[in-house]
Design a protein around this ligand. Structure first.
Ligand SMILES: NC(=O)c1ccc[n+]([C@@H]2O[C@H](COP(=O)([O-])OP(=O)(O)OC[C@H]3O[C@@H](n4cnc5c(N)ncnc54)[C@H](O)[C@@H]3O)[C@@H](O)[C@H]2O)c1
Length: 375
């Protein structure tokens, strides 16, 4: 007799959750699982056939008899919903960032262990085979001795992005931590991927952090940020993560070595290696495993998880430092230009922010340490 297929539910089906509904549908099409229910405060916009529809994630978790639930709801809902799922014996794909504080993170790690149920975190770039590939290049000495890791993201966000939801750009909402700034949310993958490349994924792997947080937009959280993290083993990671650039550039993780450099374009699964004498980077493309598919394989066949909750502890150390840091300092209006895109939506651009960001990752110093005039 064949075992019944794992029953999947998705909470939060609009926004990013739509990709999880599609992933569950793909698993269904390949006969590996079934999408049996969804939940959202807003009704589905498409006909979901015989899939049950709940208004709230709690009802989905307690009433739909699930094996796996995807939680793609706002960050401040993650701990209570994930906790409820684990108590109900359901495995969880939890969107990033896992929780808004380190204390909540530890509570959830314990709950997962006690329930004997998996929590996979939705850092999808960590499902890429590019990450172990870069680690193997570093271990093999392709770029000599590692001098520094870097996380570089220069994006723009329109003003409407910051007003789309009550929690957008907030550090707290109704007294609860939200931490929705450049480092911890929109560009969180940059730091998480850099830490994975550096094999610095647990809490104890990030030993200290120099943070330099600024904002140009009328928000509470940071939108123009840099940091230098000390990692176990005497290594370091410099991050420049900004949402106030003139354009959206592909974000990347960089490994600076004594005899070369590796760049991982983590949204594209591309790796470029530059060594002395090579004028054109050696470039390779890599496969990516979907994290819901990997969680189903884990539940059914015991395949190891690609992003187990405990392996986001290093990222959570960074998030906790941002949460506890003083408010980001406002950037003086003289350094900020307001530009409109084709649709008429405006976005703010900080003067020369791309150049300063490149210097952060190249030199391992924050904006303020480099002397950026607006920092
Ligand atoms: N991995 C990625 O690349 C990626 C990208 C974007 C967002 N995210 C993460 O996904 C999560 C959701 O972000 P978003 O931008 O899609 O947010 P969103 O606000 O656009 O969508 C969240 C959805 O959840 C629903 N919702 C909220 N509370 C609910 C509840 N208790 N029960 C049922 N539905 C509920 C809302 O109605 C909404 O439709 C966040 O954790 C975010 O950080 C991840």
């Amino acid at each position: 007799m064949t075992a019944p297929l794992p029953r999947i539910g998705v909470a939060g089906i609009h926004g990013h959750g739509a990709t999880h509904v599609a992933a569950a549908r793909a698993l269904e099409a390949s006969g590996r699982a079934r999408l049996v229910a969804v939940a959202d405060h807003r009704p589905p916009e498409v006909d979901l056939g015989d899939v049950a529809v709940f208004h709230d994630a709690t009802d989905l978790i307690t009433r739909a008899d699930l094996d796996v639930v995807v939680l793609s709801t706002p960050m401040h809902t993650h701990l209570p919903l994930a906790y409820a799922a684990l108590e109900a014996g359901v495995h969880v794909l939890l969107e990033k960032p896992p929780t808004p504080s380190l204390a909540d993170f530890r509570t959830l790690v314990d709950a997962s262990e006690q329930a004997g149920r998996a929590v996979q975190v939705g850092f999808q770039s960590l499902g890429s085979k590019a990450v172990p590939f870069v680690r193997s290049l570093v271990a093999g000495g392709t770029i000599g001795q590692v001098e520094r890791y870097g996380a570089l993201g220069t994006w723009l966000r329109t003003e409407s992005y910051w007003t789309r939801a009550p929690w957008a750009g907030r550090r707290t909402l109704d007294g609860r931590a939200v931490v929705d700034g450049a480092v911890t949310n929109p560009l969180a993958h940059a730091t998480a991927t850099a830490l994975a490349v550096a094999d610095a994924t647990t809490e104890s792997d990030v030993t200290s952090l120099r943070l330099d947080l600024h904002r140009a937009n009328a928000i509470d959280a940071d939108d123009t940020s840099s940091y230098v993290a000390a990692l176990a083993g005497g290594r370091s990671l410099a991050g420049a993560l900004v949402l106030t650039a003139p354009r959206r550039s592909e974000p990347c993780v960089i490994v600076h070595g004594s005899t070369g450099r590796i760049v991982l374009w983590y949204t594209l699964d591309l790796v470029q290696v530059t060594t002395p004498g090579s004028s054109i980077a050696w470039t390779t493309s890599h496969q990516r495993t979907n994290l819901l598919a990997n969680l189903v394989d884990h539940v059914v066949d015991g395949v190891p998880l690609l992003v187990p909750l405990a392996a986001t502890g290093g990222f959570m150390r960074v998030l906790e430092a941002v949460r506890l840091a003083p408010d980001p300092s406002p950037i003086a209006p003289g350094f900020v230009e307001r530009r409109s895109d084709a649709s008429g939506d405006a976005h703010l651009v900080v003067r020369d922010v791309e150049t300063w960001s490149e210097r952060v990752v190249a030199e391992g110093r924050t904006f303020a340490e480099l002397g950026a005039p607006w920092a």
